[in-house]
Design a protein around this ligand. Structure first.
Ligand code: AGP
Length: 610
Protein backbone atom coordinates (compact mmCIF):
# COMPACT_ATOMS: atom_id res chain seq x y z
CA UNK A 1 0.00 0.00 0.00
CA UNK A 2 1.75 3.21 -1.18
CA UNK A 3 5.53 3.26 -1.46
CA UNK A 4 8.10 5.96 -0.84
CA UNK A 5 11.66 6.33 -2.09
CA UNK A 6 13.94 9.36 -1.71
CA UNK A 7 17.63 10.12 -2.25
CA UNK A 8 20.24 12.81 -1.67
CA UNK A 9 23.37 12.00 -3.66
CA UNK A 10 26.01 13.45 -5.92
CA UNK A 11 24.87 11.26 -8.83
CA UNK A 12 21.58 11.41 -10.76
CA UNK A 13 18.97 9.68 -8.66
CA UNK A 14 15.99 9.26 -11.02
CA UNK A 15 16.90 5.66 -11.95
CA UNK A 16 17.52 4.77 -8.29
CA UNK A 17 14.09 6.13 -7.45
CA UNK A 18 12.41 4.20 -10.27
CA UNK A 19 14.21 0.97 -9.35
CA UNK A 20 13.15 1.51 -5.73
CA UNK A 21 9.52 1.99 -6.79
CA UNK A 22 9.65 -1.19 -8.86
CA UNK A 23 10.81 -3.08 -5.81
CA UNK A 24 7.78 -1.76 -3.93
CA UNK A 25 5.30 -2.60 -6.68
CA UNK A 26 4.19 -5.69 -4.81
CA UNK A 27 2.58 -3.51 -2.18
CA UNK A 28 -0.19 -2.55 -4.58
CA UNK A 29 -0.72 0.90 -6.15
CA UNK A 30 -2.56 2.65 -8.92
CA UNK A 31 -0.26 5.52 -9.94
CA UNK A 32 3.37 6.50 -9.64
CA UNK A 33 5.36 9.70 -9.63
CA UNK A 34 8.72 11.27 -8.94
CA UNK A 35 10.31 14.69 -8.60
CA UNK A 36 13.96 15.72 -8.68
CA UNK A 37 15.61 19.08 -8.24
CA UNK A 38 17.35 19.62 -11.59
CA UNK A 39 20.52 21.51 -12.52
CA UNK A 40 18.52 24.72 -13.01
CA UNK A 41 17.24 24.43 -9.45
CA UNK A 42 13.69 23.63 -10.56
CA UNK A 43 11.45 20.78 -9.49
CA UNK A 44 11.11 18.35 -12.40
CA UNK A 45 8.01 16.28 -11.68
CA UNK A 46 6.56 13.34 -13.61
CA UNK A 47 3.43 11.41 -12.67
CA UNK A 48 1.62 8.59 -14.42
CA UNK A 49 -1.54 6.62 -13.83
CA UNK A 50 -0.90 2.86 -13.78
CA UNK A 51 2.35 0.98 -13.56
CA UNK A 52 5.86 2.23 -12.70
CA UNK A 53 6.75 1.12 -16.25
CA UNK A 54 4.64 4.01 -17.57
CA UNK A 55 6.60 6.41 -15.37
CA UNK A 56 9.86 4.91 -16.60
CA UNK A 57 8.78 5.37 -20.22
CA UNK A 58 7.79 8.96 -19.51
CA UNK A 59 11.24 9.51 -18.07
CA UNK A 60 12.79 8.50 -21.38
CA UNK A 61 10.72 11.19 -23.14
CA UNK A 62 11.28 13.82 -20.45
CA UNK A 63 14.55 13.01 -18.65
CA UNK A 64 14.81 14.43 -15.14
CA UNK A 65 18.28 14.59 -13.71
CA UNK A 66 19.45 15.76 -10.33
CA UNK A 67 20.97 14.46 -7.12
CA UNK A 68 18.00 15.06 -4.80
CA UNK A 69 14.66 13.45 -5.45
CA UNK A 70 11.55 11.78 -4.10
CA UNK A 71 9.23 9.19 -5.60
CA UNK A 72 5.98 7.46 -4.73
CA UNK A 73 3.52 4.77 -5.67
CA UNK A 74 -0.02 5.69 -4.63
CA UNK A 75 -2.89 3.46 -3.58
CA UNK A 76 -5.96 5.67 -3.72
CA UNK A 77 -7.74 6.44 -0.47
CA UNK A 78 -8.84 10.09 -0.80
CA UNK A 79 -9.62 10.89 -4.42
CA UNK A 80 -9.72 8.56 -7.41
CA UNK A 81 -6.58 7.12 -9.03
CA UNK A 82 -5.50 9.91 -11.40
CA UNK A 83 -2.42 11.83 -12.44
CA UNK A 84 -3.61 14.89 -10.54
CA UNK A 85 -3.94 12.91 -7.32
CA UNK A 86 -0.62 11.09 -7.76
CA UNK A 87 2.33 12.19 -5.61
CA UNK A 88 4.61 14.15 -5.34
CA UNK A 89 2.42 17.12 -4.46
CA UNK A 90 3.81 20.60 -4.78
CA UNK A 91 3.15 23.73 -2.76
CA UNK A 92 4.19 27.20 -3.83
CA UNK A 93 6.97 26.81 -6.34
CA UNK A 94 9.42 25.17 -4.02
CA UNK A 95 8.01 22.39 -1.78
CA UNK A 96 7.50 18.84 -3.13
CA UNK A 97 6.22 16.07 -0.89
CA UNK A 98 5.27 12.39 -0.86
CA UNK A 99 3.17 10.74 1.84
CA UNK A 100 1.97 7.31 2.96
CA UNK A 101 -0.92 6.98 5.37
CA UNK A 102 -4.11 8.91 5.98
CA UNK A 103 -4.58 12.38 7.42
CA UNK A 104 -7.85 12.17 9.32
CA UNK A 105 -8.29 15.91 9.96
CA UNK A 106 -7.54 16.86 6.35
CA UNK A 107 -10.87 18.64 5.82
CA UNK A 108 -10.29 20.95 8.75
CA UNK A 109 -6.76 21.69 7.60
CA UNK A 110 -7.92 22.19 4.01
CA UNK A 111 -10.42 24.83 5.15
CA UNK A 112 -7.77 26.55 7.25
CA UNK A 113 -5.25 26.56 4.39
CA UNK A 114 -7.82 27.81 1.89
CA UNK A 115 -8.47 30.72 4.24
CA UNK A 116 -4.72 31.36 4.13
CA UNK A 117 -4.96 31.63 0.33
CA UNK A 118 -3.89 28.15 -0.76
CA UNK A 119 -5.55 26.61 -3.81
CA UNK A 120 -5.94 22.85 -3.86
CA UNK A 121 -5.34 21.04 -7.13
CA UNK A 122 -5.97 17.46 -5.98
CA UNK A 123 -8.58 15.61 -3.95
CA UNK A 124 -5.96 14.03 -1.69
CA UNK A 125 -5.47 14.39 2.04
CA UNK A 126 -1.73 14.59 1.30
CA UNK A 127 -1.87 17.99 -0.33
CA UNK A 128 -2.66 19.60 3.01
CA UNK A 129 0.75 18.52 4.36
CA UNK A 130 2.57 20.14 1.43
CA UNK A 131 0.72 23.43 1.95
CA UNK A 132 1.14 23.26 5.73
CA UNK A 133 4.91 22.90 5.41
CA UNK A 134 4.98 25.74 2.91
CA UNK A 135 2.82 27.85 5.17
CA UNK A 136 5.05 27.27 8.20
CA UNK A 137 8.16 27.99 6.15
CA UNK A 138 6.68 31.35 5.13
CA UNK A 139 6.63 32.26 8.83
CA UNK A 140 10.47 32.17 8.70
CA UNK A 141 11.11 28.57 9.74
CA UNK A 142 13.71 26.28 8.21
CA UNK A 143 12.48 23.27 6.22
CA UNK A 144 13.07 20.99 9.22
CA UNK A 145 11.30 23.32 11.64
CA UNK A 146 8.42 23.76 9.21
CA UNK A 147 7.89 20.00 8.99
CA UNK A 148 8.18 19.61 12.77
CA UNK A 149 5.55 22.27 13.26
CA UNK A 150 3.32 20.91 10.49
CA UNK A 151 3.22 17.34 11.80
CA UNK A 152 2.02 18.58 15.16
CA UNK A 153 -1.18 19.63 13.44
CA UNK A 154 -1.74 16.27 11.74
CA UNK A 155 -4.10 13.62 13.04
CA UNK A 156 -3.84 10.19 11.49
CA UNK A 157 -0.92 8.28 10.03
CA UNK A 158 1.98 9.49 7.97
CA UNK A 159 5.34 8.62 6.59
CA UNK A 160 6.35 11.66 4.61
CA UNK A 161 9.39 12.99 2.72
CA UNK A 162 9.75 16.64 1.73
CA UNK A 163 12.19 18.55 -0.44
CA UNK A 164 12.64 22.23 -1.15
CA UNK A 165 14.13 23.52 -4.39
CA UNK A 166 15.57 26.50 -2.50
CA UNK A 167 17.51 24.10 -0.26
CA UNK A 168 18.40 21.47 -2.86
CA UNK A 169 20.72 19.16 -0.94
CA UNK A 170 18.36 18.24 1.85
CA UNK A 171 15.37 15.99 2.49
CA UNK A 172 13.28 16.17 5.64
CA UNK A 173 11.18 13.22 6.68
CA UNK A 174 8.70 12.31 9.41
CA UNK A 175 7.02 9.10 10.52
CA UNK A 176 4.03 8.34 12.66
CA UNK A 177 2.00 5.23 11.99
CA UNK A 178 3.61 4.55 8.63
CA UNK A 179 7.15 3.19 8.41
CA UNK A 180 10.22 4.95 7.06
CA UNK A 181 13.76 3.67 6.88
CA UNK A 182 16.88 5.67 6.06
CA UNK A 183 19.48 4.00 3.85
CA UNK A 184 23.07 4.87 4.73
CA UNK A 185 25.44 5.12 1.76
CA UNK A 186 28.91 6.59 1.35
CA UNK A 187 28.49 10.29 0.80
CA UNK A 188 24.84 9.68 -0.06
CA UNK A 189 21.69 8.86 1.88
CA UNK A 190 18.34 7.40 0.97
CA UNK A 191 14.93 6.99 2.48
CA UNK A 192 12.12 4.53 1.78
CA UNK A 193 9.00 3.04 3.26
CA UNK A 194 10.60 -0.43 3.06
CA UNK A 195 14.27 -1.39 3.11
CA UNK A 196 13.64 -3.65 0.12
CA UNK A 197 13.46 -0.57 -2.12
CA UNK A 198 17.02 0.42 -1.23
CA UNK A 199 18.84 -2.93 -1.40
CA UNK A 200 20.50 -2.13 -4.74
CA UNK A 201 22.19 0.93 -3.15
CA UNK A 202 22.81 -0.02 0.48
CA UNK A 203 22.46 -2.70 3.13
CA UNK A 204 22.83 -0.30 6.08
CA UNK A 205 19.65 1.09 7.55
CA UNK A 206 18.32 3.34 10.28
CA UNK A 207 14.73 2.53 11.23
CA UNK A 208 12.92 5.67 12.31
CA UNK A 209 10.70 5.38 15.35
CA UNK A 210 7.20 6.68 15.98
CA UNK A 211 7.16 10.47 16.07
CA UNK A 212 10.67 10.87 14.63
CA UNK A 213 11.48 13.73 12.29
CA UNK A 214 14.82 13.64 10.45
CA UNK A 215 16.94 15.77 8.20
CA UNK A 216 18.99 14.01 5.53
CA UNK A 217 21.86 15.52 3.57
CA UNK A 218 24.79 13.99 1.68
CA UNK A 219 26.90 14.40 4.80
CA UNK A 220 24.65 12.70 7.33
CA UNK A 221 21.38 12.34 9.16
CA UNK A 222 20.03 14.23 12.19
CA UNK A 223 17.07 12.69 13.96
CA UNK A 224 14.69 14.31 16.44
CA UNK A 225 12.06 12.59 18.53
CA UNK A 226 8.45 13.72 18.88
CA UNK A 227 9.48 16.22 21.56
CA UNK A 228 11.97 17.74 19.11
CA UNK A 229 15.01 16.46 21.01
CA UNK A 230 17.99 15.09 19.07
CA UNK A 231 18.20 11.28 19.29
CA UNK A 232 20.57 8.58 18.08
CA UNK A 233 19.11 5.63 16.22
CA UNK A 234 21.17 2.53 15.60
CA UNK A 235 22.52 1.73 12.12
CA UNK A 236 21.53 -1.86 11.34
CA UNK A 237 23.24 -4.09 8.76
CA UNK A 238 20.56 -5.92 6.81
CA UNK A 239 21.10 -9.51 5.78
CA UNK A 240 18.31 -9.31 3.19
CA UNK A 241 19.41 -10.67 -0.13
CA UNK A 242 19.80 -8.10 -2.92
CA UNK A 243 18.08 -10.59 -5.22
CA UNK A 244 15.09 -10.73 -2.86
CA UNK A 245 13.16 -8.56 -5.27
CA UNK A 246 13.85 -10.72 -8.36
CA UNK A 247 11.68 -13.53 -9.72
CA UNK A 248 14.62 -15.67 -10.83
CA UNK A 249 13.48 -18.43 -13.20
CA UNK A 250 9.87 -18.26 -11.95
CA UNK A 251 7.02 -16.67 -13.86
CA UNK A 252 5.62 -15.03 -10.73
CA UNK A 253 6.84 -14.11 -7.26
CA UNK A 254 4.03 -16.21 -5.83
CA UNK A 255 5.30 -19.40 -7.51
CA UNK A 256 8.87 -18.59 -6.47
CA UNK A 257 7.71 -18.07 -2.89
CA UNK A 258 5.71 -21.32 -2.86
CA UNK A 259 8.86 -23.19 -3.92
CA UNK A 260 11.00 -21.31 -1.39
CA UNK A 261 9.03 -22.79 1.50
CA UNK A 262 11.40 -25.66 2.37
CA UNK A 263 14.30 -23.20 2.71
CA UNK A 264 12.21 -20.56 4.47
CA UNK A 265 11.11 -23.10 7.08
CA UNK A 266 14.63 -24.51 7.46
CA UNK A 267 15.89 -21.01 8.10
CA UNK A 268 13.09 -20.31 10.59
CA UNK A 269 14.14 -23.40 12.54
CA UNK A 270 17.88 -22.81 12.36
CA UNK A 271 19.71 -22.23 15.69
CA UNK A 272 16.45 -22.44 17.58
CA UNK A 273 16.33 -26.13 18.39
CA UNK A 274 18.71 -28.64 19.88
CA UNK A 275 18.31 -32.27 18.83
CA UNK A 276 15.37 -32.66 21.21
CA UNK A 277 14.30 -29.28 22.53
CA UNK A 278 13.19 -25.83 21.46
CA UNK A 279 15.62 -23.16 22.68
CA UNK A 280 13.40 -20.97 24.85
CA UNK A 281 15.74 -17.98 24.55
CA UNK A 282 14.98 -17.81 20.81
CA UNK A 283 11.80 -15.96 21.80
CA UNK A 284 13.79 -13.24 23.58
CA UNK A 285 16.07 -12.90 26.56
CA UNK A 286 13.13 -12.68 28.99
CA UNK A 287 11.23 -15.53 27.34
CA UNK A 288 12.20 -18.20 29.87
CA UNK A 289 10.79 -16.20 32.75
CA UNK A 290 7.67 -15.11 30.83
CA UNK A 291 6.73 -18.38 29.13
CA UNK A 292 6.87 -20.20 32.47
CA UNK A 293 4.07 -17.95 33.72
CA UNK A 294 1.77 -18.20 30.70
CA UNK A 295 -1.69 -19.52 31.52
CA UNK A 296 -3.54 -18.03 28.56
CA UNK A 297 -2.77 -16.57 25.14
CA UNK A 298 -4.69 -13.91 23.20
CA UNK A 299 -3.74 -13.93 19.52
CA UNK A 300 -4.53 -11.02 17.20
CA UNK A 301 -3.96 -10.94 13.44
CA UNK A 302 -5.57 -10.25 10.06
CA UNK A 303 -6.15 -12.27 6.89
CA UNK A 304 -3.76 -15.14 6.33
CA UNK A 305 -1.98 -14.42 9.62
CA UNK A 306 -5.35 -14.82 11.34
CA UNK A 307 -5.66 -18.29 9.82
CA UNK A 308 -2.26 -19.17 11.30
CA UNK A 309 -3.57 -17.94 14.65
CA UNK A 310 -6.64 -20.19 14.34
CA UNK A 311 -4.44 -23.25 13.84
CA UNK A 312 -2.38 -22.23 16.87
CA UNK A 313 -5.50 -22.16 19.00
CA UNK A 314 -6.03 -25.90 18.38
CA UNK A 315 -2.38 -26.52 19.24
CA UNK A 316 -2.31 -24.41 22.44
CA UNK A 317 -5.51 -25.93 23.73
CA UNK A 318 -4.33 -29.48 22.96
CA UNK A 319 -1.73 -28.81 25.64
CA UNK A 320 -4.11 -27.20 28.10
CA UNK A 321 -3.21 -23.56 27.46
CA UNK A 322 -6.29 -21.35 27.05
CA UNK A 323 -6.18 -19.50 23.76
CA UNK A 324 -8.42 -16.92 22.16
CA UNK A 325 -8.01 -15.70 18.62
CA UNK A 326 -9.49 -12.56 17.14
CA UNK A 327 -9.29 -10.41 14.04
CA UNK A 328 -7.48 -7.17 14.88
CA UNK A 329 -10.10 -4.84 13.41
CA UNK A 330 -12.73 -6.35 15.74
CA UNK A 331 -10.59 -6.63 18.83
CA UNK A 332 -9.46 -3.03 18.76
CA UNK A 333 -13.00 -1.69 19.01
CA UNK A 334 -14.38 -3.71 21.85
CA UNK A 335 -13.64 -4.21 25.48
CA UNK A 336 -11.94 -7.56 25.80
CA UNK A 337 -11.67 -9.69 28.91
CA UNK A 338 -8.04 -10.12 29.96
CA UNK A 339 -7.39 -13.41 31.76
CA UNK A 340 -4.63 -13.65 34.35
CA UNK A 341 -1.11 -14.33 33.09
CA UNK A 342 -2.17 -13.86 29.50
CA UNK A 343 0.38 -13.40 26.73
CA UNK A 344 -0.71 -11.00 24.00
CA UNK A 345 0.54 -12.41 20.70
CA UNK A 346 0.35 -10.69 17.32
CA UNK A 347 1.09 -12.42 14.03
CA UNK A 348 1.98 -10.43 10.95
CA UNK A 349 4.06 -10.89 7.85
CA UNK A 350 4.71 -7.18 7.39
CA UNK A 351 4.74 -6.00 10.97
CA UNK A 352 2.97 -2.86 9.81
CA UNK A 353 -0.70 -3.87 9.54
CA UNK A 354 -2.54 -0.86 10.94
CA UNK A 355 -5.26 -2.77 12.82
CA UNK A 356 -2.84 -5.26 14.36
CA UNK A 357 -0.55 -2.46 15.47
CA UNK A 358 -3.45 -0.53 16.96
CA UNK A 359 -4.57 -3.67 18.81
CA UNK A 360 -1.08 -4.09 20.28
CA UNK A 361 -1.00 -0.48 21.43
CA UNK A 362 -4.41 -0.91 23.02
CA UNK A 363 -3.41 -4.19 24.67
CA UNK A 364 -0.52 -2.45 26.39
CA UNK A 365 -3.05 -0.44 28.36
CA UNK A 366 -5.16 -3.47 29.25
CA UNK A 367 -3.04 -5.46 31.64
CA UNK A 368 -1.76 -8.32 29.51
CA UNK A 369 1.23 -10.02 31.09
CA UNK A 370 3.54 -9.43 28.13
CA UNK A 371 3.44 -8.99 24.36
CA UNK A 372 5.07 -10.99 21.62
CA UNK A 373 4.98 -10.76 17.84
CA UNK A 374 5.64 -13.40 15.23
CA UNK A 375 6.76 -11.36 12.28
CA UNK A 376 8.75 -11.52 9.06
CA UNK A 377 10.12 -7.99 8.83
CA UNK A 378 12.97 -7.01 11.14
CA UNK A 379 12.72 -3.48 12.46
CA UNK A 380 9.00 -3.24 11.65
CA UNK A 381 6.66 -1.44 14.02
CA UNK A 382 5.25 -4.62 15.61
CA UNK A 383 8.76 -5.92 16.23
CA UNK A 384 9.88 -2.70 17.83
CA UNK A 385 6.80 -2.19 19.95
CA UNK A 386 6.38 -5.73 21.28
CA UNK A 387 8.15 -7.01 24.39
CA UNK A 388 9.36 -10.06 22.48
CA UNK A 389 9.71 -10.76 18.77
CA UNK A 390 10.21 -14.03 16.98
CA UNK A 391 11.27 -13.53 13.36
CA UNK A 392 9.97 -15.97 10.76
CA UNK A 393 12.97 -15.56 8.42
CA UNK A 394 10.90 -16.29 5.30
CA UNK A 395 12.84 -13.65 3.36
CA UNK A 396 11.06 -10.90 1.47
CA UNK A 397 7.58 -11.96 0.39
CA UNK A 398 6.59 -9.98 -2.68
CA UNK A 399 3.43 -11.71 -3.94
CA UNK A 400 0.39 -10.09 -2.36
CA UNK A 401 -0.99 -13.56 -1.66
CA UNK A 402 0.88 -14.75 1.37
CA UNK A 403 2.45 -18.21 1.03
CA UNK A 404 5.84 -18.76 2.66
CA UNK A 405 5.02 -16.19 5.33
CA UNK A 406 2.04 -18.35 6.35
CA UNK A 407 3.87 -21.67 6.59
CA UNK A 408 6.76 -20.07 8.48
CA UNK A 409 4.24 -18.47 10.85
CA UNK A 410 2.78 -21.92 11.49
CA UNK A 411 6.27 -23.29 12.05
CA UNK A 412 7.05 -20.49 14.52
CA UNK A 413 3.73 -21.01 16.28
CA UNK A 414 4.31 -24.73 16.68
CA UNK A 415 7.69 -23.92 18.22
CA UNK A 416 6.08 -21.40 20.55
CA UNK A 417 3.31 -23.79 21.59
CA UNK A 418 5.87 -26.51 22.29
CA UNK A 419 8.16 -24.15 24.20
CA UNK A 420 5.27 -22.82 26.29
CA UNK A 421 3.89 -26.29 27.00
CA UNK A 422 7.34 -27.44 28.10
CA UNK A 423 8.06 -24.30 30.15
CA UNK A 424 4.75 -24.71 32.00
CA UNK A 425 5.22 -28.44 32.51
CA UNK A 426 2.35 -29.50 30.25
CA UNK A 427 4.43 -31.80 28.06
CA UNK A 428 7.39 -33.99 28.94
CA UNK A 429 10.78 -34.22 27.28
CA UNK A 430 9.72 -37.13 25.10
CA UNK A 431 6.70 -35.29 23.69
CA UNK A 432 8.85 -32.24 23.01
CA UNK A 433 11.47 -34.36 21.25
CA UNK A 434 8.77 -35.88 19.02
CA UNK A 435 7.57 -32.45 17.88
CA UNK A 436 11.15 -31.28 17.32
CA UNK A 437 11.73 -34.32 15.09
CA UNK A 438 8.62 -33.48 13.06
CA UNK A 439 9.65 -29.85 12.75
CA UNK A 440 13.08 -30.88 11.52
CA UNK A 441 11.50 -33.08 8.84
CA UNK A 442 9.29 -30.28 7.52
CA UNK A 443 11.53 -28.96 4.71
CA UNK A 444 11.94 -32.48 3.35
CA UNK A 445 8.20 -33.20 3.59
CA UNK A 446 7.35 -29.96 1.79
CA UNK A 447 9.78 -30.76 -1.02
CA UNK A 448 7.83 -33.99 -1.47
CA UNK A 449 4.48 -32.21 -1.65
CA UNK A 450 5.87 -29.76 -4.19
CA UNK A 451 6.32 -32.68 -6.59
CA UNK A 452 2.51 -32.63 -6.93
CA UNK A 453 2.94 -29.45 -8.97
CA UNK A 454 2.03 -31.05 -12.34
CA UNK A 455 -0.93 -33.01 -10.98
CA UNK A 456 -2.36 -29.88 -9.37
CA UNK A 457 -1.84 -27.89 -12.54
CA UNK A 458 -4.00 -30.50 -14.35
CA UNK A 459 -6.63 -30.34 -11.64
CA UNK A 460 -6.83 -26.55 -11.79
CA UNK A 461 -8.59 -26.76 -15.16
CA UNK A 462 -11.73 -27.97 -13.43
CA UNK A 463 -11.96 -24.66 -11.52
CA UNK A 464 -11.15 -22.05 -14.12
CA UNK A 465 -14.69 -21.64 -15.51
CA UNK A 466 -16.41 -21.78 -12.13
CA UNK A 467 -17.83 -18.82 -10.24
CA UNK A 468 -18.13 -20.38 -6.79
CA UNK A 469 -16.34 -23.03 -4.77
CA UNK A 470 -16.40 -24.53 -1.31
CA UNK A 471 -13.49 -25.59 0.89
CA UNK A 472 -14.03 -28.07 3.72
CA UNK A 473 -11.92 -29.27 6.63
CA UNK A 474 -12.30 -30.30 10.24
CA UNK A 475 -10.13 -29.54 13.27
CA UNK A 476 -6.86 -27.82 12.33
CA UNK A 477 -7.81 -28.37 8.70
CA UNK A 478 -10.72 -25.94 9.03
CA UNK A 479 -8.43 -22.88 9.15
CA UNK A 480 -6.37 -24.47 6.36
CA UNK A 481 -9.56 -24.72 4.28
CA UNK A 482 -10.15 -21.02 5.08
CA UNK A 483 -6.64 -20.20 3.91
CA UNK A 484 -7.17 -22.21 0.70
CA UNK A 485 -10.40 -20.34 0.02
CA UNK A 486 -8.76 -16.97 0.70
CA UNK A 487 -5.94 -17.79 -1.74
CA UNK A 488 -8.37 -18.78 -4.48
CA UNK A 489 -10.60 -15.72 -4.14
CA UNK A 490 -7.64 -13.38 -3.76
CA UNK A 491 -5.84 -14.24 -6.98
CA UNK A 492 -8.41 -15.91 -9.25
CA UNK A 493 -11.43 -13.82 -8.19
CA UNK A 494 -13.53 -16.98 -7.87
CA UNK A 495 -15.89 -16.80 -4.93
CA UNK A 496 -14.61 -19.34 -2.41
CA UNK A 497 -16.08 -20.12 0.98
CA UNK A 498 -14.65 -22.32 3.68
CA UNK A 499 -16.69 -24.32 6.16
CA UNK A 500 -15.97 -26.62 9.01
CA UNK A 501 -17.29 -29.75 7.31
CA UNK A 502 -19.66 -30.49 10.20
CA UNK A 503 -21.52 -27.27 9.41
CA UNK A 504 -22.50 -28.40 5.91
CA UNK A 505 -25.96 -29.58 6.81
CA UNK A 506 -26.65 -26.36 8.71
CA UNK A 507 -26.92 -24.39 5.50
CA UNK A 508 -24.22 -24.61 2.82
CA UNK A 509 -25.44 -28.01 1.59
CA UNK A 510 -28.17 -26.06 -0.21
CA UNK A 511 -25.50 -24.65 -2.52
CA UNK A 512 -24.22 -27.99 -3.74
CA UNK A 513 -24.68 -28.87 -7.40
CA UNK A 514 -22.47 -30.12 -10.21
CA UNK A 515 -21.26 -26.58 -10.88
CA UNK A 516 -19.82 -26.06 -7.41
CA UNK A 517 -16.38 -27.65 -6.92
CA UNK A 518 -15.81 -28.73 -3.33
CA UNK A 519 -12.22 -28.94 -2.12
CA UNK A 520 -11.62 -31.15 0.91
CA UNK A 521 -8.48 -31.31 3.07
CA UNK A 522 -8.33 -34.81 4.48
CA UNK A 523 -5.27 -36.01 6.36
CA UNK A 524 -5.52 -39.38 8.06
CA UNK A 525 -6.51 -38.26 11.55
CA UNK A 526 -9.19 -39.02 14.11
CA UNK A 527 -11.71 -36.87 12.24
CA UNK A 528 -11.29 -38.66 8.91
CA UNK A 529 -14.36 -40.90 9.24
CA UNK A 530 -16.53 -37.89 10.15
CA UNK A 531 -15.13 -36.05 7.13
CA UNK A 532 -15.90 -39.00 4.87
CA UNK A 533 -19.56 -38.79 5.91
CA UNK A 534 -19.55 -35.10 5.03
CA UNK A 535 -18.09 -35.93 1.62
CA UNK A 536 -20.89 -38.43 1.04
CA UNK A 537 -23.39 -35.67 1.82
CA UNK A 538 -21.84 -33.64 -1.00
CA UNK A 539 -21.62 -36.54 -3.42
CA UNK A 540 -25.20 -37.60 -2.86
CA UNK A 541 -26.26 -34.15 -4.07
CA UNK A 542 -24.25 -34.25 -7.28
CA UNK A 543 -21.35 -32.17 -5.93
CA UNK A 544 -17.84 -32.51 -7.41
CA UNK A 545 -15.22 -33.35 -4.78
CA UNK A 546 -11.49 -32.60 -5.07
CA UNK A 547 -9.84 -34.21 -2.10
CA UNK A 548 -6.28 -33.73 -0.85
CA UNK A 549 -5.94 -36.85 1.23
CA UNK A 550 -3.47 -39.09 2.99
CA UNK A 551 -2.69 -41.94 0.58
CA UNK A 552 -3.67 -44.38 3.36
CA UNK A 553 -7.05 -42.74 3.92
CA UNK A 554 -8.77 -45.34 1.72
CA UNK A 555 -10.43 -42.72 -0.43
CA UNK A 556 -11.03 -43.92 -3.94
CA UNK A 557 -11.38 -41.67 -6.95
CA UNK A 558 -14.57 -42.23 -8.89
CA UNK A 559 -17.71 -40.57 -10.04
CA UNK A 560 -17.82 -37.09 -8.56
CA UNK A 561 -14.58 -37.50 -6.60
CA UNK A 562 -10.97 -36.83 -7.54
CA UNK A 563 -8.30 -37.70 -5.00
CA UNK A 564 -4.82 -36.19 -4.83
CA UNK A 565 -2.83 -38.46 -2.52
CA UNK A 566 -0.22 -37.07 -0.10
CA UNK A 567 2.32 -39.01 1.98
CA UNK A 568 1.39 -39.81 5.57
CA UNK A 569 2.33 -37.01 7.94
CA UNK A 570 2.15 -36.56 11.70
CA UNK A 571 -1.06 -34.85 12.74
CA UNK A 572 0.73 -31.95 14.38
CA UNK A 573 2.46 -30.78 11.19
CA UNK A 574 -0.41 -31.67 8.81
CA UNK A 575 -1.71 -28.05 8.66
CA UNK A 576 1.64 -26.90 7.29
CA UNK A 577 1.90 -29.70 4.72
CA UNK A 578 -1.71 -29.54 3.48
CA UNK A 579 -1.45 -25.79 2.86
CA UNK A 580 1.00 -26.31 -0.02
CA UNK A 581 -1.32 -28.04 -2.54
CA UNK A 582 -4.00 -25.40 -1.90
CA UNK A 583 -1.51 -22.64 -2.71
CA UNK A 584 -0.54 -24.39 -5.95
CA UNK A 585 -4.19 -24.92 -6.87
CA UNK A 586 -5.07 -21.24 -6.53
CA UNK A 587 -1.91 -20.26 -8.42
CA UNK A 588 -2.68 -22.45 -11.43
CA UNK A 589 -6.34 -21.46 -11.53
CA UNK A 590 -5.25 -17.81 -11.61
CA UNK A 591 -2.81 -18.59 -14.43
CA UNK A 592 -5.62 -20.06 -16.54
CA UNK A 593 -7.81 -17.08 -15.76
CA UNK A 594 -4.99 -14.68 -16.67
CA UNK A 595 -5.30 -12.53 -13.57
CA UNK A 596 -2.49 -10.45 -12.10
CA UNK A 597 -1.18 -13.14 -9.74
CA UNK A 598 1.35 -11.07 -7.81
CA UNK A 599 -0.71 -7.90 -7.60
CA UNK A 600 -4.38 -8.89 -7.54
CA UNK A 601 -6.87 -6.11 -8.13
CA UNK A 602 -7.88 -3.87 -5.21
CA UNK A 603 -5.38 -5.45 -2.81
CA UNK A 604 -2.16 -4.27 -1.22
CA UNK A 605 0.63 -6.28 0.33
CA UNK A 606 0.91 -4.28 3.46
CA UNK A 607 -2.29 -2.77 4.85
CA UNK A 608 -0.93 0.25 6.67
CA UNK A 609 -4.23 2.12 6.81
CA UNK A 610 -7.33 1.17 8.69
C1 AGP B 1 -2.99 -12.89 2.44
O1 AGP B 1 -2.76 -13.54 1.25
C2 AGP B 1 -3.24 -11.47 2.39
N1 AGP B 1 -2.44 -10.77 1.51
C3 AGP B 1 -3.66 -10.78 3.67
O2 AGP B 1 -4.76 -11.46 4.16
C4 AGP B 1 -2.62 -10.60 4.79
O3 AGP B 1 -2.32 -11.82 5.37
C5 AGP B 1 -3.18 -9.60 5.83
O4 AGP B 1 -3.36 -8.36 5.23
C6 AGP B 1 -2.31 -9.47 7.06
O5 AGP B 1 -1.06 -8.96 6.76
P1 AGP B 1 0.15 -9.08 7.76
O6 AGP B 1 0.44 -10.54 7.92
O7 AGP B 1 1.27 -8.36 7.06
O8 AGP B 1 -0.26 -8.43 9.04
Amino acid sequence: MCGIVGAVAQRDVAQILVEGLKRLEYRGYDSAGLAVINAEGNIARLRRLGKVRALEEALVQEPASGGTGIAHTRWATHGAPSEANAHPHISGDNIALVHNGIIENHELLRNYLQEQGYTFVSETDTEVIAHLVHHEQKQGLSLLEALQKAVHRLEGAYGTVVMDRNDPERLVVARSGSPLVIGVGIGEYFVASDQLALLPVTHRFIFLEEGDVAEITREGVSIFDSAGLPVEREVVDSDLDHEAGDKGPYRHFMLKEIFEQPDAIASTLEDRMTAETIVLESFGHRAVEILRRVRAVQIIACGTSYHAAMVARYWFETYGIACRVEIASEFRYRKAFVPDDCLFLTISQSGETADTLAALRMAKEQGFMSSMTICNVPGSSLVRESDMAFMTRAGAEIGVASTKAFTTQLTALLMLVTATARATGRIDAEQEAEIVRELRELPHMIRNVLTLDDAIQQLSQAFADKHHSLFLGRGTMYPIAMEGALKLKEISYIHAEAYAAGELKHGPLALIDSDMPVVVVAPNNELLEKLKSNMEEVRARGGQLYVFADRHARLVAGDGIQVIPLEKVHDIVAPIIYTIPLQLLSYYVAIIKGTDVDQPRNLAKSVTVE
